[in-house]
Design a protein around this ligand. Structure first.
Ligand code: UDP
Length: 340
């Protein structure tokens, strides 16, 4: 009886055992939330970030946790450690169009060489590795919503190609390392996500509109504003990433993660003006080349295989997001006063 009890305890321990987990891009918007969540679940977290777009302020509240460590490293270079590693979330890559277009060759290297380095590292450590892919693999889609079976409509040589094609190759690498070498892989296709820890300067629509509204500046709508996006709050997305990592081992095909509620940019501008109480006006600027006209995830795979779906509607998630940007603005104003 005593032995049986011991065996049961060991089995429970093995099942619930805390893990050592690497998050690349861990100082970025989503990476920092993922690190925080994994620490909260009792895991040991090694955050790797090149700090090209990641920001130390995103992980400042994690640094006092003894199970957290930070390593400044660019995934385009091989990574090694003597420690045992159970899981790797490969989130490293600039994700906002103006940022990933600053150094397109480096963006491609991050997607391709970064993936190879992390896959080889996972193989060496016998660790499960999850790739943060993107809805950008669908390019400017001809069908909506986009299921995982849709192969996309991507310009090979446009301003978005370094990211879109880089992420497409990364998916192929994950697929082949699994098929050829048996590496345990997962692929999450992440749709537009927002929330605290976004860089106010990153040029994406949610950060731009909120920052403009809070400062009484014109909201810059690109094109006619009738293009759509579907916005997912960060905590829902983090739930999805963890559910996928912990989900069925044979679920190695790409899985869409995003919120299927779709909005035009005109609607988003109206909502932001309403929630911020801003008197800003909207202006219409030229639409960037290859800007997708529609984007909305079909999340039936995530729902059926992981029991995951987002819970937080846009109007609810925008409130803490606006409060965060308000704080960021106050901090930078205080900084400017001190400096003058
Ligand atoms: N957009 C906009 N105004 C801005 C920034 C972006 O109208 O100040 C539009 C952009 O053209 C795109 C959508 O908002 O149609 C989402 O852009 P974002 O850069 O956030 O992400 P994307 O989904 O294009 O990668």
């Amino acid at each position: 009886m005593a032995t049986e009890g011991k065996i049961q305890n060991i089995q429970n321990l093995t099942h619930n055992r805390t893990k050592t987990i690497i998050v690349t891009g861990g100082a970025g918007f989503l990476g920092s939330h993922l690190c925080g969540r994994l620490l909260g679940l009792g895991h040991t977290v090694i955050c790797i970030d090149s700090l090209i777009t990641g920001r130390m302020q995103n992980i400042a509240n994690l640094e006092s946790n003894h199970r957290f460590s930070f390593i400044q490293h660019d995934v385009i270079n091989p990574f090694s450690t003597s420690r045992s590693i159970d899981e790797i979330y490969n989130l490293a890559c600039p994700a906002s169009p103006p940022k990933y277009q600053l150094d397109p060759v480096h963006t491609l290297k991050t997607c391709i060489e970064g993936s190879i380095n992390m896959l080889e590292f996972a193989q060496e450590k016998n660790a499960m590795v999850l790739q943060a892919s993107t809805s950008e693999v669908y390019g400017d889609p001809n069908i909506s919503p986009q299921p995982e079976s849709y192969h996309g409509n991507v310009n090979i040589v446009g301003p978005r190609s370094c990211y879109d094609e880089g992420k497409r190759v990364a998916e192929t690498l994950f697929h082949e390392y699994h098929a050829e070498y048996g590496v345990a892989t997962k692929i999450a296709r992440i749709f537009n996500t927002y929330g605290p820890n976004m860089d106010p300067e990153d040029g994406r629509v949610v950060s731009n509109f909120i920052m403009q509204a809070l400062q009484g500046e014109d909201l810059t709508i690109y094109g006619e504003g009738e293009q759509t996006r579907s916005f997912c709050y960060e905590s829902d997305l983090i739930d999805g990433l963890i559910a996928l990592m912990e989900g069925p081992k044979d679920l190695t095909q790409p899985v869409n993660l995003g919120n299927p509620c779709e909005f035009t940019m005109n609607e988003l501008a109206e909502i932001v003006l309403e929630l911020t109480g801003s008197k800003s006006k909207v202006v219409y600027d030229p639409l960037p080349t290859d800007d997708p006209k529609k984007r909305r995830p079909d999340i039936s795979t995530a729902l059926q295989c992981l029991g995951w779906e987002p819970k937080i509607p846009l109007l609810e998630g925008l409130q803490p997001t606006i409060a965060y940007f308000r704080q960021e603005l106050e901090k930078s104003q205080q900084h400017a006063v001190k400096a003058s």
